[in-house]
Every structure is written in structure tokens, then in C-alpha cells.
Design a protein around this ligand. Sequence first.
Ligand SMILES: Cc1cc2nc3c(=O)[nH]c(=O)nc-3n(C[C@H](O)[C@H](O)[C@H](O)COP(=O)(O)O)c2cc1C
Length: 205
Amino acid sequence: MASQQLSTQFLKAIQNRRTVYHLSNKQILSDAQLVQLVQQAVREAPSSFNVQSTRVVVLFGKQHQNYWLKIVPDALRAVSGEAAVEASMDKLKGFAAGSGTVLFFEDMNLIKGQQEAFPTYAANFPVWAKHASGMAQAYTWVLLEAEGYGASLQHYGSVTGETLKRFYQLPESYDIQGEMVFGFPETPAGEKEYIPDEERVIMFK
Ligand SMILES: Cc1cc2nc3c(=O)[nH]c(=O)nc-3n(C[C@H](O)[C@H](O)[C@H](O)COP(=O)(O)O)c2cc1C
């Protein structure tokens, strides 16, 4: 399976992944195709001891709108007051203008199971669950953008997680990790500055 071509293509795909905020809801894939894409990303993402604790909910259309225009503003209002909602509303409307949102959760029941099964690593499993979620998020983000979407990663879950569980009757053990907004990219990502590679990756031999 190894090939120069595959690695070049993979590198291109990860270079193409950027944070894109200016989105519309022009269709690229069908909803079913998009869900299948996310399923494949989540399926292939590694997890500690292969626990496969990542769980995902994809919101489209009205549900996506309801999240950004109702659930998030209501949660911000409850925690920080109306001024916080007003300060965020333009940004939230920008997210709502996209096609959908991928909600990433970790099923903490499975993490608890790991802690019981391997007490030596008990403190590490919740951290590794976050690593695993990040890997599933990265795969999803790269694949979405390889299909022509723009996407950004958001974190309102600390104030919306409980509401989401009630609203969609998700298991109590689901712990939200992040929300990936996607849509048609109306404006590409701007320039990005990079720290020199040699500062970040060194070697010894
Ligand atoms: C763990 C993590 C958390 C992030 N949280 C947010 C966020 O809450 N809101 C946001 O707009 N972008 C968020 N981002 C996006 C980063 O700001 C962005 O990836 C970074 O500036 C590099 O830009 P790029 O994505 O275009 O390469 C997050 C990225 C990562 C990896």
C-alpha cells in the first residue's frame, strides 16, 4: 500500500485543511454521503487500547440552525448574560449560515471501563480519550475539506453539552469535545504564519 503518490496526496490533503469561517449552505455532498464520510473518518481514527469511544452526531438544516441560533445563545445567556450573546451573535450567525455541524463526544462509560480494567493507567485514559477525539476531528476536518467544504472547530460544549444530551436523548455518559461547523467555503482561509520547522522538530542519531 505504501507509495510516494499516496504520501504526496495525503500531504496535500492535510495542507489543504484550514479554518474557514465564511460559509454558505450550497450543497456539495448529499447528507447521506456526508454522514458516510464522517463515519469513515471516525472508524479509522485510532484510540487507546482500541476502545473506540468517539461518538458523533451530525446536525443538518434546521437542527444545525437550532444549535447556533437557539441552543448556544440560550446557554451563553444563562451563563454570561445578554451582553455575551450580543457580542457573539454575528459569529454564531456565520456558523448557522453553513450546512451543518459535527458534534464530537467521548463515551465516558467506556473510559471508566478502561480505568477499571487497567488501574495502572487510570489517570491517563481520560486524557487519551481527548487525544483520540482530536484524531477523529482531524481526520474529519481533512476529509471534509478534501471534498470541497470549508470547516472550523468550535468549543461551546462546556455550556451546551448537557442541553444537547437532553435534546437528542443521548446517553448521559457522552462528554462533548468539540463542534465542527462545515459548509460551502465562500471565502478561503487567509495566510497562515508558520514557526520554523527546525524549532518544532529536531533529531538525534
Ligand atoms: C484543539 C483546537 C481547538 C480549537 N478551538 C477553536 C475554537 O474554539 N474556535 C475557533 O474558531 N477555532 C478553534 N481552533 C482552530 C485554530 O484556531 C486554528 O486551527 C489555528 O489558528 C490554525 O489555523 P488553521 O486551522 O487555518 O490551520 C482550534 C484548533 C484546535 C486544534
